[in-house]
Design a protein around this ligand. Structure first.
Ligand code: MN
Length: 202
């Protein structure tokens, strides 16, 4: 059975960028819902004793309940970790160098990531992925993610931005771009860098 992981900070910790009401319903409502849905979907199947990564790497495109709920479970686990009340600013070290190498500058990366988030029609996620250290930006619909073999988003996710309206609608209404600008104030670059450096070992 998978369990909802606790938030690594208080519900109001990301104010004023991400508001407390959004964080509460997002974690206790949406993420709990995906967790419950995943547990129900794998009960009695070959997936019951796998890790969540193994499940997502194994499922087929038409296994809709596990795809949606398992993706939602994994994606939000990452999302809480890559935000922090001490976040924002710019990355340092190897990640900063890779961003400069692959996008030209941090500002160019930021603009490309924002545009990718704005261009994802409907609900989905925007990813910064690493392929053995080579960085790329891609997006997925709904709760799909790059672990799923049938997506065209290839690589290990090191940063994931939820662009579902439930991530921002209470505070930012329909202004996804304003949410993305605020998201950059809370990105936990230390955690993103740690995940990036893990991909250099593979
Ligand atoms: Mn969400």
């Amino acid at each position: 059975m998978f369990e909802l992981p606790p938030l690594p900070y208080d519900y109001n910790a990301l104010e004023p960028y991400i508001d407390e009401a959004t964080m509460r319903v997002h974690h206790l409502g949406h993420h709990q819902g995906y967790t419950n849905g995943l547990n129900a979907a794998i009960k009695g199947t070959c997936y019951e004793n796998m890790t969540i990564d193994e499940i997502l790497e194994t499922i087929h495109v038409n296994e809709t309940a596990i795809r949606n709920n398992g993706g939602g479970y994994w994606n939000h686990n990452l999302y809480w970790q890559i935000m922090s009340p001490d976040g924002g600013g710019e990355p340092e070290g190897k990640l900063a160098a890779a961003i400069r190498h692959d996008f030209g500058s941090f500002e160019k990366f930021k603009e490309a990531f924002k545009q990718a988030g704005l261009s994802r029609f409907g609900s989905g996620w925007t990813w910064l992925v690493s392929r053995h250290g080579k960085l790329d930006i891609c997006t997925t619909p709904n709760q799909d993610n790059p672990l799923m073999k049938f997506t065209d988003c290839i690589g290990t996710p090191v940063l994931g931005m939820d662009v579902w309206e439930h991530a921002y609608y209470l505070k930012h209404q329909n202004k996804r771009g304003a949410y993305i600008d605020d998201f950059f104030h809370v990105i936990n670059w230390k955690e993103v860098a740690r995940r990036f450096e893990e991909t250099l070992k593979k």
